[in-house]
Design a binder for this molecule. Structure first.
Ligand code: WTA
Length: 685
């Protein structure tokens, strides 16, 4: 394997690279931004594991040149029952890592801590939205996981069976994931913001045997009726035999739980756990089985470029190695830290950096149930002050909301416990980065911008906090074992500073192994742009210091407020409405959400544009996909602009969505694209 051109001298002044890629927000990073670096303080550096750019480079080079030695030494704390025979078997697009090894991932995340000081350390410090607090030590968490493992086995769940988890941000979501993993039953967590229909489709795709859910979750002072939605989904999910229901709302004091239990199918979590498990299952839960390194760990659905969501499959040893090593390197967590990743467990960030990564290093993790602005926009800062959070990992969309809500909220709280800040999910604009650094980090905390994806499993690009200076707006340098490149349409590397497609040249341990039930789509989606090389779907450029600047998706996926939404998914949901003939979904730059969702629609005969129809369509999308996919704007059109071969001209629609706002809110105006379409068609070669 060769080493990509990273300039070893991190402090060298840079020449201005040529900027060619369009950023989704239109920020064309000028020279002053690409060369500017914020260096970590000497104080932070002194305490860090990886203290200098040279040290980072040495490890990085080792990870490419002697991967076996590198991964062996970096994963020495993890528990393997059988060591691996071989580091990698690669038969593109299929990778096997740590070939021949066996393990139970929960032994690395739980059992091993019981023999150390971590035993009585908080694994989870949880705060509910109403303000209730619970702490689970590693010992307690282990106990809960073991109990649920035996109980699930008693319900008939065996290794290899799929379990769907549809929960809010409660410790039991992590317990459920870990119990499935202990049992060897791949979990599929479905974000609690998804609708009943979306839940049903995901359950059916992976044919889950059991659904774990809860009566309701608190969100912005209201209750999200998760069980009610689950009930609607379960009307059409033949594979589900049981639903395990956590009593969250009942427990926190409200009179009657809104959940209705279906006899024979539904069982309360606390009742299930109060039953004495069979001896065999109890023994299995106490001393769990070891599984092959490539045993499926979880399926996580994410949006792609067709209407059908993709079930990204991650397996055990490689994934664990990736999240473990990156958690150590990027967050540099110590025993005294309280680390808070604000993502939802329903997304990959919650999987990798709330559950598996941090627990594999024995971290204390803050977990919060509710909205960042409930009861007021100071809630995050109050949590940090109350619990003494030291590391905060959040998303640009949240930071932009904080900026809008005003500095007075963070300023009301003592945030002095913070020592490191992280960002993930979308490009962070340099101004937003600066605000985060200055107002939240008091200009003292390094900010690590981490680029990665559901498919990559763990962080791929970032600056390690004490090793290399950060450039606001850049996601930094490759993580260990990651060999990225920026290429043109023909797969040729482009020059420094030029825009192109972001690819990863060689397999890495935490990469997705396939798409559940659709291996061909896996190959087509990710290994086709450059044959046998992973294509990320993102555009990027690399500057002359080797720093990457990710500019956003260049495929048919939108990133709305940090949520991945496929344009085709939205379009097919629209077309399933009786009034809609055709739909085209595009993103428009949005100050708060990064991108806003704009959908152009043509109507079937007999339907007429109206404000009422627009509202109806928004409600329809909420039902089909979920609230988070509600379009910001729906624009009625006579016809959609198309090329002669019939392809919708999205670029044009994007420009229209970004520019012309005159028609916004006017329910009667129809956009007439016929002229543009004719002109465009005439120009086509
Ligand atoms: C985007 C979330 C710029 C990117 C972990 C990627 C980012 C998609 C960053 C994956 C970042 C994520 N800078 N863009 N630091 N992090 N993205 O699968 O477009 O929900 O392809 O994984 O988010 O989103 P996903």
């Amino acid at each position: 394997m060769s080493v990509p051109p990273i300039v070893p001298d991190a402090n060298k002044a840079t020449k201005a690279p040529t900027m060619k890629t369009d950023s989704p927000k239109g920020d064309n990073h000028p020279k002053s931004q690409t060369s500017r670096r914020v260096e970590p303080s000497a104080h932070f550096r002194a305490k860090a594991r990886i203290k200098s750019h040279d040290e980072y480079l040495r490890l990085y080079n080792e990870s490419l040149e002697s991967p076996e030695t590198f991964w062996k030494s970096q994963t020495r704390d993890l528990v393997f029952r059988t060591p691996s025979r071989k580091f990698l078997e690669w038969d593109s697009p299929h990778a096997k890592f740590f070939v021949g090894a066996t393990l139970n991932i929960t032994e690395s995340c739980l059992d091993r801590h019981l023999a150390t000081e971590a035993r009585n350390r908080a694994a989870i410090v949880w705060e509910g939205e109403p303000g209730d607090v619970r702490t689970l030590t590693y010992l307690e968490l282990h106990h809960e996981v073991v109990k649920l493992t035996a109980a699930l086995a008693d319900l008939g769940v065996a290794a290899g069976d799929r379990v769907a988890i549809y929960m809010g941000m409660v410790p039991e979501a992590a317990i459920a994931m870990l119990a499935c993993a202990r049992l060897g039953a791949p979990h599929s967590v479905i974000f609690g913001g998804f609708s009943a229909d979306a839940l049903r489709d995901r359950i059916n795709d992976c044919e889950a045997k059991v659904l774990i859910t809860q009566d309701g979750a608190y969100r912005r002072g209201a209750i999200v009726p998760l069980k009610k939605m689950a009930d609607a989904a379960l009307l059409e999910t033949p594979s589900v035999q049981h639903a395990v229901v956590l009593s969250r709302i009942g427990r926190s004091g409200s009179e009657v739980s809104p959940a209705e239990m279906k006899p024979g199918r539904d069982i309360w979590w606390h009742e299930l756990l109060s039953r004495e498990p069979s001896l065999a299952n109890k023994e299995m839960a106490d001393a769990p089985n070891a599984f092959d390194a490539e045993h499926p760990l979880f399926i996580l659905y994410t949006s792609g470029s067709t209407g059908k969501p993709k079930g990204v499959l991650h397996t055990t040893a490689g994934y664990l190695a990736g999240v473990h090593v990156s958690t150590n390197a990027v967050f540099d967590i110590r025993d005294s830290d309280l680390y808070w990743c604000t993502a939802d467990v329903g997304w990959v960030t919650g999987h990798s950096y709330i559950v598996y990564g941090p627990m594999s290093v024995g971290a204390s993790c803050m977990m919060y149930e509710g909205a960042p602005n409930f009861p007021d926009p100071g809630r995050f800062w109050q949590i940090i002050e109350r619990h003494g959070v030291t590391i905060l990992y959040t998303a640009p969309t949240a930071i932009r909301a904080f900026i809008r809500w005003g500095d007075e909220f963070p300023k009301r709280h003592n945030l002095g416990s913070l020592r490191l800040l992280g960002s993930v999910g979308e490009p962070i604009n340099p101004e937003v980065w600066q605000w985060y650094h200055r107002v939240i980090g008091a200009s003292q905390c390094p900010v690590v911008d981490t680029w990665w994806q559901t498919e990559t499993g763990s962080i791929m690009l970032t600056t390690l906090p004490a090793a290399s200076g950060s450039k606001p707006g850049s996601t930094g340098l490759p993580m260990f074992g990651v060999e990225p490149d920026v290429v043109d349409a023909d797969g040729r590397s482009v020059k420094a500073g030029e825009g192109g497609r972001l690819i990863i040249k060689h397999p890495w341990p935490s990469m997705a192994r396939t798409l559940w039930g659709d291996d061909e789509r896996f190959r087509q989606t990710y290994f086709n742009v450059v044959p046998n090389v992973y294509f990320t779907g993102d555009g990027a450029k690399r500057d002359e210091d080797g720093y990457y600047w990710v500019t956003g998706r260049i495929d048919d996926v939108l990133n709305i407020a940090g949520h991945r939404i496929g344009t085709a998914e939205v379009e097919s949901a629209f077309v399933s409405h009786p009034a809609i003939a055709e739909a085209a979904a595009v993103g428009r730059p949005d100050e708060l959400k990064g991108s806003a969702l704009v959908v152009f629609v043509t109507l079937k005969q007999g339907a007429a544009p109206s404000g009422q129809l627009r509202d109806e369509l928004k409600a329809h999308i909420e039902k089909e996909i979920g609230k988070f996919a509600r379009p910001d704007e729906i624009r009625f059109a006579e016809g959609l602009p198309k090329t002669r071969s019939g392809k919708i001209m999205r670029r044009l629609l994007k420009e229209i969505a970004a520019g012309a706002t005159a028609m916004k809110g006017d329910t009667s105006t129809l956009e007439d694209f016929s002229v543009v379409a004719q002109l465009q068609a005439a120009q086509e070669p």
